[in-house]
Write a protein that binds this ligand. Structure first.
Ligand code: MCA
Ligand code: AMP
Length: 504
């Protein structure tokens, strides 16, 4: 079974139903029925096939949310080709790495992003044979009447998603059709998706949260997606109050902003038409959950996922929804919590989460050693994926509380920041001898990067910030700089970040 086999159910059962409505700013909404959306995808698949796109080829997407993103994605996976999404906030260095490592033949983007791509080193773009600019999408589409898509199996790769670069360079997690199907079927049942659900989707489609948890589940359920180019707190609250949607998924930063916006409203807040609000990708502060409940009457359902594994744990839809907890394993997900020796801890004790299930990816693209160190085989030969997330499971309820991460990772507004990558960038700036980047708590973003520097002479902070923003996504630029005579290191010379004191 592949993803299209599942989408085909709604496509053929409810061809005239609204599959996708897209709106940005004041422009009129664009709408696509199931027949129109999949018809457009078929025509593009036929055109891409004529261009020479083969099963297994990689296609990079550098796009904000738009209908063309969805159409192109459906076309690419229809051909058994692989989407390699790139975070739209990424810049020269990050884009260069993904293009170099991911070797896409084709890149799909918007005309407005071409200058950013021009800034990327030519060697990084060596594998690219063409760029599809979505404004010209119709020129790439051909008649699909005679088009016969190749056989795509469940084990074929659908996505390569770049993530977790604890070494400074992110790696591509190869996600198969079966992996995505496992997450979708788990969520469709656990969250009681229905065909008359209407999802307001403001999360970016280049990450699992927006793409798999949002778009895929909606298409598989035969539901409607109200896709927005980006999140805007005023527009989102207006839409949530308008009564059109039933589902809303977001990261905690978005809920913090929605709470602020709701507090400024004088009109009555009626969200009785909403069926479910979910949060994930970063810890939802219990205060945010409570404030949102006081304002709307809805208790946000928190869940826990990962790019490599899709969705893992969730609070139960029918309750209880426990503040600060990510709930219990979703259907089909097996979990262990283990100590440093890889032995199961006694329930209630802290340990690392290990997972297995059809949702778990098989390997990292061209990184066999990283793959090997990310899994452990048990006595029965079953592979368990090491999440790096520390947790404790309540012995009675089975609910899990996440306690932090083993690896050096900052999560800001739901985007991952690998300190090593910023450190490497900072030390190429004239005058910076050493750099350590650590996460500082922040009420809106959750965490923000703070740079601890050893400098050879005074540096201009505005200049170093501008330098970082040219090389990397803006959200990775340090929010603060602290200066040290030396950074704490152990006898082996390894940086001891936990010994760095941020207090003045
Ligand atoms: C934008 N900025 C940020 C972030 N986003 N700073 C810190 N952290 C961020 N996440 C900065 C920009 O650099 C810019 O500053 C300024 O904010 C305004 O940028 P803008 O693009 O207008 O920001 P925004 O649209 O308000 O974005 C905030 C956001 C966005 C909507 C919360 O960050 C977002 O969509 N986050 C969701 C990410 C997500 O979907 N994560 C799921 C991945 P300057 O101009 O100075 O540069 S995790 C996943 O998929 C796993 C599987 C899971 O469990 O879900
Ligand atoms: P990513 O690598 O972008 O897929 O991010 C996955 C990581 O996000 C996980 O390993 C967790 O550390 C974190 N994460 C996801 N959901 C939650 C949550 N509900 N609470 C806390 N952390 C989360």
């Amino acid at each position: 079974m592949n993803l299209h086999d599942l989408f085909a159910i709604a496509r053929h059962r409810t061809p005239d139903k609204l599959a996708l409505q897209f709106r940005t700013g004041d422009k009129p909404a664009e709408t696509f029925s199931y027949a129109e959306l999949f018809g457009a995808a078929d025509r593009l698949a036929a055109g891409l096939h004529d261009w020479g796109l083969q099963k297994g080829d990689h296609v990079a997407f550098y796009l904000d949310n738009c209908p063309e993103f969805v159409i192109a994605y459906l076309a690419v996976i229809r051909l058994g080709a692989v989407m390699v999404p790139i975070n739209r906030r990424y810049r020269r260095r990050e884009i260069g790495h993904i293009l170099t490592d991911g070797t896409p033949r084709l890149l799909i983007t918007e005309a407005a992003q071409l200058p950013i791509l021009d800034d990327v080193d030519a060697e990084a773009k060596a594998s690219l044979e063409d760029i599809l600019v979505v404004e010209d999408l119709s020129e790439w589409q051909t008649d699909a009447a005679e088009f016969a898509p190749p056989v795509v199996e469940g084990d074929d790769t659908a996505l390569i998603m770049y993530t977790s670069g604890t070494t400074g360079r992110s790696k591509g997690a190869m996600i198969s059709h079966n992996n995505v199907l496992a997450t979708m079927t788990g969520l469709l049942s656990a969250w009681a998706w229905e065909h008359d659900d209407v999802l307001l989707l403001v999360l970016p489609l280049f990450h699992t949260h927006g793409l798999v948890v949002g778009l895929h589940c909606a298409l598989a359920a035969g539901a409607t997606t109200l896709l927005r180019r980006k999140f805007d707190s005023t527009e989102t609250v207006n839409e949530l109050l308008s009564g059109e949607s039933t589902l809303f998924f977001a990261v905690p930063t978005i809920y913090v902003r929605v709470v602020d916006e709701l507090r400024q409203r004088s009109e009555p807040i009626d969200m009785s038409h909403m069926r479910l609000f979910c949060s994930g990708s970063a810890p939802l502060a219990p205060e945010t959950l409570k404030a949102f409940r006081d304002l709307t009457g809805h208790t946000i359902l928190e869940r826990y996922g990962m790019t490599e594994t899709g969705m893992n744990l969730s609070n139960h839809y029918a309750g209880p929804r426990v503040p600060g907890s990510v709930g219990a394993p979703l259907p089909g997900v097996a979990m262990r919590i283990v100590n440093e020796q890889g032995e199961d801890v006694t329930p209630g004790e802290e340990g690392e989460i290990w997972l297995r299930g059809s949702n778990v990816f098989s390997s990292y693209w061209q990184a066999p050693e990283k793959t090997l160190e990310s899994f452990t085989r048990d006595a029965l030969g079953r592979r368990w994926f090491h999440t790096g997330d520390m947790a404790r499971q309540d012995p009675e309820s089975g609910y899990v509380t996440l306690l932090g991460r083993q690896h050096d990772l900052i999560i800001s507004g739901g985007f991952n920041i690998y300190p090593r990558e910023i450190e490497e960038t900072l030390t190429t700036f004239a005058g910076v001898r050493e750099a350590a980047v650590i996460g500082a708590p922040h009420p809106e973003w959750g965490e923000v990067p703070v740079a601890c520097l050893v400098v050879e002479h005074e540096i201009d902070e505005d200049e170093i910030i501008a330098f970082c923003k040219r090389e990397l996504a803006g959200f990775k630029a340090p929010r603060e700089f602290r200066y040290f005579d030396e950074l704490p290191r152990n006898a082996m010379g390894k940086l001891q970040k936990h010994l760095i004191e941020l207090e003045d």
